[in-house]
Design a protein around this ligand. Structure first.
Ligand code: NI
Ligand code: MN
Length: 227
């Protein structure tokens, strides 16, 4: 039993947790960095961090095809129900729930969350997963915030952080984030999707590994990392 994370490009992740297949922020259609397509991926659970189009992405179509349960904040879960998705579970920031795959807590994220049709997407979130004896923090789209220190106190095996700048933390703030989070492993995402998010992940990894004890794993879209 283990956790296997696959980066599909931008902020789209797959996570095999034990026998459960999770899909996070499934943006394939219109994603120039996507390593696969929405009709090819499997999902038992779809996690949506916030309402923006590059995170809601193909979630409705994938949930319809696979019958996966959509997990998000209460406003976004309600929006999925309005799209005809029967299995949607709403949580809110700071609240956790024990799913068949593990305990999932919604964490603070500093960002926006309007849905693609202009509906109110509530507050944006990150995810803290406790499963398979591991703790994984998916920051979502966020700027740097001091309470990352509190999240780090949980003892993280892996943190997945945006480094693209402009819409989220850039490399400098993501380095400061790694110092607060003190995760054993770090994976950067939300960069190199478009020219606007161009970053040198290898250079960032060198800085992180010089200044912290975290090990950085740079993935190419389609590549995986196992805990
Ligand atoms: Ni966003
Ligand atoms: Mn985004």
């Amino acid at each position: 039993m283990s956790i296997k994370l696959t980066w599909y490009g931008h902020a789209t992740l797959g996570m095999k947790v034990g026998e459960h297949q999770l899909l996070i922020d499934p943006f394939f259609t219109g994603n120039p960095a996507a390593s696969t397509t929405a009709d090819k991926v499997q999902a038992d659970f779809i996690l949506v961090s916030h309402g923006h189009g590059d995170h809601v992405g193909d979630a409705v179509a994938i949930a319809r095809r696979t019958g996966a349960m959509v997990i998000s904040n209460a406003e976004i879960a309600g929006w999925f129900e309005k799209q005809g998705i029967e299995k949607a579970h709403g949580q809110h920031l700071g609240g956790g729930f024990m799913y068949p795959f593990g305990y999932l807590k919604l964490t603070l994220a500093l960002h926006g969350s309007a849905l693609p049709d202009g509906s109110n997407g509530g507050n944006p979130a990150g995810f803290l997963l406790t499963a398979e004896g591991k703790k994984v923090y998916l920051a979502g789209d966020t700027g740097l915030f001091g309470d990352m220190k509190l999240i780090g106190e949980e003892g993280l095996d892996l943190a997945v952080l945006p480094i693209g700048d402009n819409y989220t933390m850039g490399p400098d703030d993501a380095l400061r984030a790694t110092k607060m989070l003190q995760a054993k492993n770090v994976i950067p995402i939300h960069y190199n999707t478009f020219d606007l998010l161009k970053q040198d992940a290898d250079a960032w990894a060198k800085r992180v590994e010089a200044e912290t004890k975290s090990k950085v794993h740079i993935l190419k879209p389609g590549e995986s990392f196992s805990l």
